[in-house]
Ligand binder design. Sequence first.
Ligand code: ARG
Length: 579
Amino acid sequence: MWFQIDCGLANAVTAAAELCGISPLEFSPDVRQADPRFGDFQANGILPYAKAHGLNPRKIAEKVVEELVKDENFSKKIEVSIAGPGFVNFRLSNVFLAEWVNVYKSEEDYGAALCKIFSGKKIVLDYSSPNTAKQMHVGHLRSMNIGNSIYKILKFCGADVIRDNHIGDWGTLFGILIMMVKDSSLNAAELSLEEIESLYQRGSALVKNDILALDSARNELVKLQNGDQENLEIWKRINEISQNSFDELYSRMAVEFDYTLGESFYCTKVDRVYRELMEKKIAVESEGALCVFHGSHERFSKQPFIVRKSDGASNYAATDLAAVLYRTEKFCADELIYVTDGRQRDHFQQLFLTVEEWYLAFGRKCPEMRHVWFGTIFGEDGKAIKTRGGAPIKLTKLLDEAKARALAIVEEKNADLDDDEKDHVAEVLAVDSVKYADLLSNRTMDYVFSWDKMLSFDGNTATYLLYTIARIKSILRKSEIDLAGVEADCLETEEERNLVRQLTYFPMVLAMAAKELRPHHICSYLFALTGEYSSFYNANRILSDKKNVTIRRLAITMRTLSTLETGMHLLGLETLERM
Ligand code: ARG
């Protein structure tokens, strides 16, 4: 199944080990990128196997290698050696590397190799999921951006993914909002999202000091929950206005969904959740609320997972439980993935524990569940990024500023482009830079937002990658050679070899990003690849006097380009022809 991902090495080692009496059930070859001083790939799996069985790892490695090299097709193309206590190193021959270049020609070829990883798997991916009645701010960037890249990666690896935007459209804030709309006799349909937001801010300040207002807001909420027509109408309008504003941003960010089933969708579906949880005594009444305690968990045995509030209203947990049912029963999902910030870790741990117990009690197949969480974005002063007035920066404003800065760069670097193209280049550069800077570090880390760094031509930035891609495209345009069907013969120079070796790592990196749901592996890889390309380009003339050399170097250049573009697409980034 993993064939082609690591040049077929895991399969080969597993087969050789089996011939030495090692069962594949007990042995994982653990093939990874090697230290270039020792080889191109390394298999580390013999050590843990030997340790578990009280055997001498070096002896086992010797036997496995003996079997490996018996196969002439293998030993002709790949040199094998043993290092240290039992690591197996592989060096790919120049013939093998050239063949590799001729097999992986395009995004589709990579896709064909990788689509087996998750084929047949149905996943519901829950991301973005903002709350309505508020404009999206910087804090909303990460879920939509990381979620979008994870969608592309999972899909590329063969999963059947349903993208569900679980918007928060059913909160207590609607009590306040409806009261404010009615009191000001505004027409809800004519409000902008900014106006709705400021209405809410005024309203929530009001209910803090005015008991009558608080009562009236509560009353409006109860009426809404009981299906009052007028209140439902206002609620619907506010959500429509929010959705339109979200859609504008999604379109600019090229983020899409298959479903937007907000919290309100589950209102009528929570009763079954309460009933089932009470029937099996998974949830109990505590101070009027319905709670789940997890007896064997250190904290959650005391910290309740509240699934119904003491006033009888459903909450975040209830709608999430109902959504699990819906996703497993209606969408037939095998796996549920949630992309939110790290502060929701407790919520999801409690949710998952509750679902496991609940599904077991009813003999249902429990889905796999993963919380893909991320850290915070800080300003350069080390504090959460805010406007001067202390409010969170609106995401649209952030993109506008990125675009203004990008436009200045385009004017400076490429003043000859016509205005439309300048505008397009600046927009792509802006959106890509913001997205890339957000994907670059391991998602569970916090990161510092820096305009200068993210738009720089040096270092690991979208700007640098886009520039490299545009430069390669220009090299190919200028070659004046029919590029269809160009293939590499045997490689020659050290730089050609280093570059192609780097290309062979790509499928393995994608597989790792897919398994861990961490797009930053792709960012690190692309940066390393552009580095190898620069060394190659600086040391090896592409348009050489010898035709076969030119053709080979063009073929390698084209593979580098398609690998870079595939990587960018999997991060959700657009690329440019010229910059
Ligand atoms: N609306 C929530 C928030 O803004 C995020 C929802 C995440 N998804 C979920 N199924 N709980 O924090």
